[in-house]
Design a protein around this ligand. Structure first.
Ligand SMILES: Nc1ncnc2c1ncn2[C@@H]1O[C@H](COP(=O)(O)OP(=O)(O)O)[C@@H](O)[C@H]1O
Ligand SMILES: [Mg+2]
Length: 353
């Protein structure tokens, strides 16, 4: 049973596995591997870039495993600071620390007898790595402030988009934990290395979002858009394609994809970005410029000036973030703490090319 299965009334064995769509040899071998390992009670390490489908693979293993009737608990190790994550994972006893006014059940206990999906495992702190190792080796854990060890039976599936071997060399990841997790490893390749999957995924998402968004007539995706999809590198992988398709179905148009999915070499773009910045009419906000704007431009008012100024600063921040990340828009979005989609929209809006 998992969170989504609670909301419908199907019995456990009727729950359908979320389908892993794809026709490439690469995705077929992922499906084969899942089939082989799902019903064996072993730890699995899923590797791949963000958006490739690691969580989907983990959920597939769950629903094909002997633990399918038990919980599937997902925790993203990168989402919380270490102390908070510790109390999320292991729970605490009342009085364990200031603010612990009640007993809290940890996620590991919630996953007991089921599957625990530890996402972004590379972000785990040293002390938490030791605690996870204890669960794998001794099958027990303790709550924060707890006196007794609690027996725990979970099958761990871990996922990472970072290079764990590199982390081991740097001393950031424990070798013994690595070997414990890496009993079976499944590599989910980036979408750019399995472009054969793009047409079937496109059709799949078209059907899915047409249903979800109540759009009865399927929009036609013309050949030039399909060609663009094939040429594009998909840094955000299947998630990016999924979002683009959602946009196409919601807006019932496709013309924005060319602006959203820019083709080209990153090296050239950095220069162009700086160039665009230097061409900017309202770049330098010194005294004389402001005076000129007030006296010469009868078409603008204080509110417009404010808008121009904010836009300039925003554009400068975006250019800087792109420069710092070698035009990796995903990393730039993270750096600016906005969604990837927002960043793409702004890049388009400000004509940063
Ligand atoms: N092969 C696939 N078939 C169908 N949907 C997919 C496939 N791969 C990824 N997705 C969808 O793309 C999105 C991102 O996948 P997810 O498993 O969250 O990636 P990751 O955990 O690697 O970041 C999800 O909505 C997922 O359902
Ligand atoms: Mg994920």
């Amino acid at each position: 049973m998992n969170d989504s299965s609670l909301s419908n009334e199907k019995s456990f064995w009727e729950i359908e596995c979320p389908e892993i769509i794809g026709e490439s040899d690469a995705i077929k071998s992922v499906q084969e591997k899942i089939k082989k390992v799902a019903d064996k009670n072993v730890t699995v390490l899923i590797r791949g870039e963000s958006g490739t489908g690691k969580e989907l693979v983990a959920r597939n293993i769950h629903c094909k495993s002997q633990r399918k009737e038990e919980n599937f608990v997902h925790v993203n190790c990168a989402a919380l600071p270490s102390e908070l994550l510790e109390s999320e994972l292991f729970g605490y006893r009342r009085g364990a620390f200031t603010g612990a006014t009640y007993n809290k059940l940890g996620k590991f206990e919630k996953a007991n007898r089921g599957i625990f999906f530890l996402d972004e495992i590379g972000a785990l702190s040293h002390s938490l790595q030791a605690k996870i190792l204890q669960i794998l080796e001794d099958k027990k854990m303790s709550r924060l402030g707890g006196i007794n060890d609690i027996p725990i039976d979970v099958r761990i599936i871990a996922a990472t988009n970072s290079n764990l071997e590199e982390k081991i060399t740097k001393g950031d990841f424990r070798t013994d934990l690595y070997y414990r997790l890496n009993v079976i490893s499944i590599e989910v390749p980036p979408l750019r290395d399995r472009k054969d999957d793009i047409p079937v995924l496109t059709n799949h998402f078209m059907g899915k979002f047409s249903d979800e968004l109540g759009k009865k007539d399927c929009i036609q995706i013309d050949d030039s858009v399909k060609e663009h999809f094939q040429k594009y590198d998909w840094p955000g992988n299947v998630r990016e394609l999924e979002n683009i398709m959602k946009g196409i179905i919601a807006l019932q148009k496709t013309d924005f994809v060319y602006a959203d999915l820019k083709l080209g070499k990153p090296a050239d773009k950095e220069e162009e970005c700086l160039d665009a910045k230097s061409r900017n009419l309202f770049q330098i906000w010194d005294d004389s410029k402001i005076k000129k704007m007030i006296t010469d431009r009868r078409d603008i008012n204080l509110k417009t000036i404010r808008g121009y100024y904010i836009a300039d600063v925003e554009r400068q921040a975006i250019c800087k973030a792109l420069e710092l990340t070698q035009w990796n828009r995903k990393s730039a979005a993270q750096l600016l703490r906005v969604s990837y989609k927002t960043l793409l929209n702004r890049i388009d809006e400000y004509n940063i090319v």
